[in-house]
Design a protein. Sequence first.
Length: 146
Amino acid sequence: MKKIQNISSTATFLVRQPVLRKGKPLESCLFDGDDLSTTNHFGLFIDENLIGVVSFFKNKNTIFNTQNQFQIRGMAILPEFQRKGFGEDLVKHCETFIKNENNITIWFNAREKAVPFYEKLGYNKIGNPFSIADIGLHYLMKKEIG
C-alpha cells in the first residue's frame, strides 16, 4: 500500500544519503532551512517502508518576480523504486499541498539527468547549466501554479 505523509527532516536522510549523498557523511544530508517552520518534508511509503522523500521550502529566488515561491529540494527515490511513477507522485503532492495559494512559483536546481523527468511534469529550464561542487551539473527549473 502506498501513502505520502509528513516526516521529520532527519527521516529524509534514510533516502537522501544513499541517493543524493552516496559515500558522503550523514551530516551532508542536512540542508539549510530543513528545520524552519515553513519547510515541509514528505515521505512516500510502500507497505510502511520509506522509499522516497522530497522537501518543500518556502524560499524566494530573486530571479523570479512572484511573491509566493516554494523550492523543492532533496527529491530522492531509492534506486530499486525509480522509474515507477513515485517521483511524480511526490512532486504532484507538493503542488497539491499549496493549491489554495495564488500565483505560485515552484523552483529548484535539478541535476542534469533529472531534467527530462521534470520537463514531463511541466517544469521549464531557466538559463544556462551550472555546476554544484561535488555534485555535478544542474539547471534552474520552475513552474507557475495558479
